[in-house]
Write a protein that binds this ligand. Structure first.
Ligand code: PLP
Length: 383
């Protein structure tokens, strides 16, 4: 397969890796994505080895793959492998930051009312440590940069917690501009990136991201329960792991010498036995994304969502998603005048077209393996 599929034939070939396309029109990649045959094979490889040999080949069969996947995950973000920890979900990654920073009474976290609860509650839970969370108000589904700029004038702000793409409206935040602002103001930048990793390129180094978390089950097209947490080397020592276990420390295969010298890497945030089958699956999923090229995937997803938006507008639908260049994403939220979103979702479901209702709109989220014909099927189902 070419590194950067440009012809529709190339994308057509990727469809064959997703048997779900033979069953239904799957437009809920922003909810839980389906897995490819590659991921299925990786899970079988794990299960086969565990079934036949148990842990007999442990270092070769399991540990080597875990470290390979860590390096692949790092490549996805332009990070280094020692800045990546495996976590069970996005919330865990964000929670590691919230629980581990040395908060001072009066510190402020800035977030916004467009965020999914995983990027709100960890910060609200710091109230009893004297940390206030300022919830900026989104406007028309987006958070204007000027609003963040104004909020960060307050010297009490320690951390900005935002998503790369807002889960309801699909507005893509400008991580480069926000990261630059944070650097300028000496504010930590923590990104919930589950709605973009696997769909758009992301460069944590270039954008000055300090922390990032993303579970694998949406745009990365892996299974639930295994995601990645990035902690920049710059700030690793600012976060104290609140759960320290055998795996958090150096020389962690020496079980006879007790000590709590933490690993000199994000591995310190992995306290015990990892989710090895989840990591096998994630590895196969990330390999496919890297093979296809994230920039090409992003272009493909924008082309599909543009087609959807054009077709919806032509049918008089209200588009709730910001769609200006730079703010469009893989999420299209819309409403058919006079029809409650839940009813539209139900009607589409009856036609085997999978969308979902979120924040008062019908949310459709196609990925690269979806086709133009499927977009047209959704549109004609609305007629
Ligand atoms: C922006 C965002 N963050 C986080 C999550 C889920 O978090 P977790 O991986 O902890 O389940 C979702 C799920 O819909 C989401 O849309």
């Amino acid at each position: 397969m070419p590194k950067r599929p440009t012809s529709s034939m190339s994308w057509e070939r990727t469809r064959s890796l997703f048997p779900v396309t033979r069953e239904i029109v799957y437009f809920n990649n922003a909810g839980v994505g389906p897995v490819s045959t590659r991921v299925d094979e990786a899970l079988r490889r794990f299960a086969g080895e565990a079934t036949r040999m148990g842990a007999f080949h442990y270092p070769r069969a399991f540990d080597a793959e875990i470290e390979r996947v860590r390096a692949r995950a790092a490549l996805l973000l332009n990070a280094s492998a020692d800045e990546i920890a495996f976590v069970k979900n996005t919330t865990e990654g964000l929670g590691i930051v919230a629980a581990g920073l040395d908060w001072r009474h009066g510190d402020q976290v800035v977030s916004c009312d467009l965020e999914y609860p995983s990027n709100v509650y960890p910060w609200w839970s710091l109230r009893d440590r004297g940390v206030e969370t300022l919830m900026l108000r989104g406007r028309d589904g987006r958070l204007p940069f000027a609003v963040v700029e104004e909020a960060l004038r307050n010297p009490r702000v320690r951390l900005l917690a935002l998503s790369s793409v807002e889960f309801g409206s699909g507005a893509r935040n400008d991580l480069e501009a926000l990261g630059g602002l944070c650097r300028e103001r000496g504010v930590l930048f923590c990104v919930d990136a589950i709605q973009s990793v696997g769909c758009f390129p992301i460069d944590v180094e270039h954008c000055g991201v300090d922390f990032l978390a993303a579970d694998g089950h949406k745009w990365m097209l892996s299974v639930e329960g295994c995601g990645i947490f990035f902690c920049s080397k710059r700030v690793q020592d600012l976060v104290t792991p609140r759960i320290v276990g055998w795996r958090s420390v150096r020389n962690n295969l020496d079980f006879d010498t007790y000590h709590t010298d933490l690993q000199d890497s994000a591995g310190r945030f992995e306290e015990g036995t990892p989710n090895t089958p989840g990591i096998f699956a994630l590895g196969a999923a990330i390999d496919l994304l890297l093979e296809l090229d994230l920039a090409a995937i992003g272009e493909r997803v924008l082309a599909l969502t543009d087609r959807l938006v054009d077709g919806l507008r032509a049918r008089g639908a209200e588009i709730k998603s910001p769609r200006e260049p730079g703010e469009a994403s893989g999420i299209v939220s819309f409403e058919i005048p006079g029809q409650p979103p839940a009813e539209t979702v139900r009607k589409l479901r009856a036609e085997k077209i999978f969308t979902i209702e979120r924040r008062g709109g019908v949310r459709a989220s196609p990925h690269f393996y979806n086709s133009e014909a499927e977009i047209d099927r959704l549109l004609s189902a609305l007629d």
